[in-house]
Design a protein around this ligand. Structure first.
Ligand SMILES: [Fe+2]
Length: 414
């Protein structure tokens, strides 16, 4: 009988032989052996002295063969048109600091540009179906997913659950402000759904291109914290469902996205779930009906599947009116995906979440994806710009302590 050792050696020999013979069939570039190394001068900053230095670094003189051209698929036919629309939307967002995209248009963008599969849209509507109850609010169910967005690498990674905390400092004035809140997590099929993945890429496209003021105490050198909430607000004959019972508030981040995934029995004509974007002059915590009309920047209402609002959260406040029923005998439900994005806090620093902005990958549902799309490859900024952090140098100061802001800036420049 053949021993394990001799069959292993035999197998290795067969493998070597196969690889060698295959290698001979492919023309090989003699890239490493026969070319002389050349020296090229690069300028770099000495991290200790801060001086700019010249360095001679050996480079190889290689002529790279051209990359074979991709054959466009049938689904790419409308891609050029939607790519142009998306570019225009990003310009609008840069200028106005908010944008509202109607569901039908969003559907086309997610499908044609970001590769969402048609069969996944119907499934995605049910993203809130298996939410856990919200331990803090009786009229809603919740799921919270954390991801870390690495703009240099162009990746998003599913992260472990951490407590969620907001205080008045971030613009959140409610009875549970300052509490460490825990929510259930969305089911893992949502991560695998191509509509969800297309939404992550859609948001990344805006983050790459739209500068925003960094949150006080957040670190421009760290990755982005991406909290995706799946929220069902429920109004019953006895309980009024309020998407934002805290009244006028901020979400404590840099970018907020809100998107409708499904609703039933909601009386939109009577002013249900109207979102008002407000200037920072508005008073925190007052009900949506009491805001000063002079402070209203924009009014939007998510009514259809994928209706989407995106805004720079640290540059404005917002509020949402309650959900009213069409048929008062039945319950009304409003399902939303709400995404809150900001730079991770300096660990152990002054930001409220500074102890919880960890980047430990999720143990039970490990998952990572690219946040860049091949169709937009020429529309992302160069990695070097991101490395310097130049596009995020401004910081939103705390209203309480401006001296600490200066300290933070000094630390950043170190
Ligand atoms: Fe909000």
């Amino acid at each position: 009988m053949e021993s394990i050792a001799s069959s292993y050696i035999k197998g290795t020999k067969w493998f070597r032989k196969t690889i060698d013979s295959r290698g001979k069939q492919v023309p090989q570039l003699d890239m490493f052996v026969q070319h002389d190394t050349l020296l090229q001068t690069f300028h770099s900053i000495n991290e200790e002295t801060g001086e700019i230095e010249k360095k001679n670094i050996p480079v190889l003189d290689i002529a790279y063969p051209e990359i074979p051209k991709q054959i466009p698929s049938k689904e790419d036919i409308n891609m050029k048109l939607y790519k142009h629309i998306l570019e225009c939307d990003r310009e609008t967002m840069k200028k106005n600091r908010f944008i509202f995209i109607e569901g039908e248009k969003m559907y086309q963008i997610l499908h044609h540009v970001f590769g969402a599969k048609l069969e996944d849209f119907e499934t995605f509507k049910d993203a809130c179906n298996n939410n856990f109850y919200d331990p803090y609010m009786p009229f809603r169910t919740m799921g919270l997913m954390r991801m870390g967005l690495d703009l240099k690498m162009g990746t998003a990674t599913h992260l472990e659950r951490q407590p969620y905390i907001l205080t008045e400092k971030e613009g959140f004035k409610r009875v549970d402000a300052g509490k460490l809140r825990f929510f259930g997590e969305p089911e893992d099929w949502i991560l695998e759904n191509t509509v969800f993945q297309a939404i992550v890429k859609f948001l990344a496209f805006f983050i790459y291109g739209v500068d925003t003021i960094r949150r006080y105490g957040c670190d421009p050198k760290r990755n982005f914290n991406f909290n995706a909430f799946f929220v069902r607000t429920i109004t019953t004959p006895s309980i009024l469902g309020e998407p934002a019972s805290e009244g006028v508030h901020g979400d404590g981040v840099e970018y907020t996205m809100t998107m409708l995934t499904k609703s039933s029995n909601v009386d939109y004509d009577s002013g249900s779930a109207v979102t008002k974007l407000l200037s920072l002059d508005e008073q925190l915590g007052i009900p949506a009906f009491d805001v000063n009309p002079n402070n209203v920047l924009q009014v939007v209402q998510h009514k259809n599947f994928l209706d989407t609002a995106l805004f720079c959260d640290n540059e404005m406040y917002h509020c949402v009116t309650p959900v009213y029923q069409l048929d008062n005998e039945k319950q009304a439900t409003r399902d939303m995906m709400a995404v809150f994005i900001r730079r991770m806090a300096k660990l152990g620093g002054e930001f409220t979440s500074s102890l919880f902005d960890l980047e430990t990958p999720h143990k039970n549902f490990p998952f990572a994806m690219s946040i860049k799309d091949k169709n937009l490859s020429n529309l992302y900024p160069e990695t070097e710009i991101l490395k310097s952090g130049n596009h995020l140098l401004k910081e939103k100061p705390s209203k309480e302590d401006h001296s600490m802001t200066s300290q933070t800036e000094i630390e950043d420049q170190k």
